[in-house]
Design a protein around this ligand. Structure first.
Ligand code: E4P
Length: 229
């Protein structure tokens, strides 16, 4: 019985990451038992006003038992490699987030060959995903919400990458990013994304339904009538 939760969650292979640098939100999601990892980016770090980046990453890693993506800000090969090597010294959970640019791809090859976990970010087409996978990335992050924003269907991209990775038995995980609402999440699950990273409000909305609230209200009202009889 002790291992019941462990056995159950072991059977669930789709992972939920939270896309935030806000420690309160990370703790809240971790407490719900739904959190498998965290993604951050420079904009999210700036949003919460992080001054000491390394200690902030360390705090996140100590809160979550899973991969924590920390994004490099260099755009040249040497800079990305140097930053990546420094970031992984913070904690074993650190996954280095590298942008899909030519120097980034070269850096992925170098860092991955050193056993460093890489999340290749800012993926907007299937060819980019394939290149990142061939370079050795553990995750590719297609940004579905941002594709929707420019009038394309982000879900088509998830579907294409899934087919290509399955065709060639590529083990790189599809980390659906820029998830904006539950419908995105549902589609990701139906299409077989390995991971979805989402802001706290999407996790929060996942557990809510008006019929749950009204049903509970009625149960409690009926219980009160019974005990007050
Ligand atoms: C992923 O790792 C990114 O941090 C993120 O999902 C971007 O989402 P946005 O398009 O909502 O900024």
């Amino acid at each position: 019985m002790d291992n019941l939760r462990e056995n159950l969650i072991h059977a669930i292979s789709m992972k939920f990451f939270i896309d935030t640098a806000d420690l309160d939100e990370i703790q809240e999601a971790a407490d719900m038992g739904v959190l498998d990892g965290v993604t951050t980016n420079p904009s999210l770090m700036a949003k919460v006003g992080v001054s000491d980046v390394k200690s902030h990453y360390l705090k996140i890693c100590e809160m979550v038992d899973g991969d924590v993506s920390a994004e490099v800000i260099s755009t040249d090969y040497a800079g990305i490699v140097a930053e990546g090597r420094e970031l992984v010294k913070i904690h074993p959970n650190i996954t280095v987030k590298v942008p899909m640019i030519q120097d980034g791809v070269k850096a992925i090859k170098t860092l991955a060959s050193e056993g460093i976990k890489i999340n290749c970010t800012l993926i907007f087409n299937a060819a980019q995903a394939l290149v990142a996978a061939k370079a050795g990335a553990k995750y590719v992050s297609p940004f579905i919400g941002r594709l929707d924003d420019i009038g394309q269907d982000g879900m088509d991209l998830i579907e294409q990458i899934r087919v290509i990775f399955d065709n060639y038995k590529i083990e790189t995980q599809i980390l659906a990013a820029s998830v904006r609402h539950q419908q995105h999440l549902l589609s990701c699950m139906l299409l077989g994304a390995d991971v979805a990273t989402m802001p706290f409000n999407v996790i929060d909305k996942m557990i809510k339904h008006p019929l749950t609230d009204s049903g509970l209200e009625k149960f409690l009202a009926d219980h009160a009538k019974m005990v007050n009889r």
